[in-house]
Design a protein around this ligand. Structure first.
Ligand SMILES: NC(=O)C1=CN([C@@H]2O[C@H](COP(=O)(O)OP(=O)(O)OC[C@H]3O[C@@H](n4cnc5c(N)ncnc54)[C@H](OP(=O)(O)O)[C@@H]3O)[C@@H](O)[C@H]2O)C=CC1
Ligand SMILES: O=C(CO)COP(=O)(O)O
Length: 344
């Protein structure tokens, strides 16, 4: 199953994807269907053996078959040394450890990107801040985000996303690598805004799931999305993001996607809570990462520290961590003092 030893030429053309869950698998398929040599690594060797044999990821993305250019590599060092473009698709709680693990294996001139959505829970840091602590300033980095359900990317359905990087050259390079007939990557320099959008929308999608699970109707759902967007924007701007970013793919786009479609695990988690299911049971039932659970905690901490008002995210936190009933959470939101919609 191991890949052939790398040559200088193959290191330049090969894309390495770390994390063989649903999103890592879909991204690796997208890269490989463009005929780019692509290496996919995951932490479970037995699962990787099955991926290599079956040429699909039965557990996480069963419907999408692997293009010929996709190779599975179980040894992390070997995988990282195979290419200069390394893309991490692991959950937020695993990002720091993964970056530490890959650091000794990075090729000269390596460029590291991630598709992780969330804050680091213990520190309240965004992914690029975690990456800077570990990789330093010299390694080019980027975040890829936007409204991108893995199943639809795996199926090759038309999709648009955002690649944000401080270095515009790297953003363009990565956007070009990812883009193809049915996949269009836009570039941005607003790393903070793109990361805040991806983290906060997961909390709001839990809220939308709760609201729909309680049969509150379309008015409530849209009020939540619109006021949620205002919360996301306030937090992002307080962290240094550009306001316009939140009207783009990684803001409004991903927010509407995850709040309205049952492919979203965060939304499904909210739907389960509305039926009275407990947090642990609801997470287990979904069987994949529900980033909004950790994000609800981190967003609340960061918002409090910066004194940013985020009432919807606060109520999602209370439902998830303080056993407040979903109905009482909605009542509290509706009872808040009336205010101007757009601050003067
Ligand atoms: N799925 C999607 O549609 C999209 C997801 N994302 C984001 O991508 C990130 C990854 O999510 P996704 O792939 O969907 O999650 P999944 O739950 O589908 O898969 C998670 C993957 O991460 C692995 N993993 C879990 N913990 C660790 C760890 N400590 N070290 C290394 N690997 C670990 C799992 O391995 P194992 O199987 O062994 O547990 C599994 O391969 C998240 O931040 C998510 O928000 C972004 C856009 C779209
Ligand atoms: O981020 C996603 C789509 O853009 C996936 O959303 P969920 O994690 O809620 O499934």
């Amino acid at each position: 199953m191991s890949i052939a030893p790398s040559t200088e030429a193959s290191v330049d053309t090969t894309c390495v994807v770390l994390g063989a869950g649903s999103w890592g698998t879909a991204l690796a398929i997208q890269l490989a269907r463009l005929d780019r040599p692509t290496v996919l690594w995951g932490r479970d060797p037995a699962q990787l053996t099955r991926l290599a044999q079956e040429r699909r990821n039965v557990r996480y993305l069963p419907e999408a078959t692997f293009p010929a250019a996709l190779n599975i590599e179980p040894a992390l060092g070997q995988a990282v040394r195979a290419g200069r473009d390394v893309l991490l698709a692991v959950p937020s709680h695993a990002l720091r450890a993964m970056l530490l693990d890959i650091l000794p294996h990075l090729q000269a001139g390596a460029r590291v990107s991630w598709a992780t959505k969330g804050f680091e829970c213990d520190t309240g840091l965004l992914p690029h801040q975690v990456a800077r602590q570990i990789l330093g300033e010299q390694v080019a980095t980027a975040v890829v985000s936007g409204p991108t359900f893995a199943r639809e990317v795996g199926a090759g359905l038309p999709t648009a996303m955002t690649v944000a990087a401080a270095d515009p050259e790297f953003a363009r390079h990565l956007a070009k690598r990812l883009s193809g007939e049915n996949f269009r990557a836009y570039t941005s320099s607003d790393v903070v805004g793109v990361e805040v959008g991806g983290a906060v929308k997961n909390v709001l999608a839990i809220g939308a799931g709760i609201s729909d699970g309680l049969d509150f109707g379309a008015n409530t759902r849209i009020a939540l999305i619109t006021r949620g967007l205002a919360e996301m924007t306030r937090l992002g701007v307080a962290l240094g993001a550009r306001q316009e970013t939140f009207m783009g793919l990684a803001g409004l786009g991903d927010l509407v996607l995850t709040c309205t479609d049952d492919q979203s695990r965060n939304r499904r988690f909210g739907l389960a809570l509305a039926t009275g299911e407990k947090v642990d049971a609801a997470q287990r039932g979904i069987g994949q990462i529900v980033e909004g659970v950790r994000a609800a905690h981190a967003v609340r901490d960061v918002a409090r520290r910066l004194q940013v008002e985020m009432p919807i995210c606060e109520q999602v936190y209370r439902v998830v961590y303080e056993q407040v009933s979903p109905r009482d959470a909605v009542k509290e939101l509706m009872a808040r003092a009336l205010k101007s919609e757009i601050p003067a």
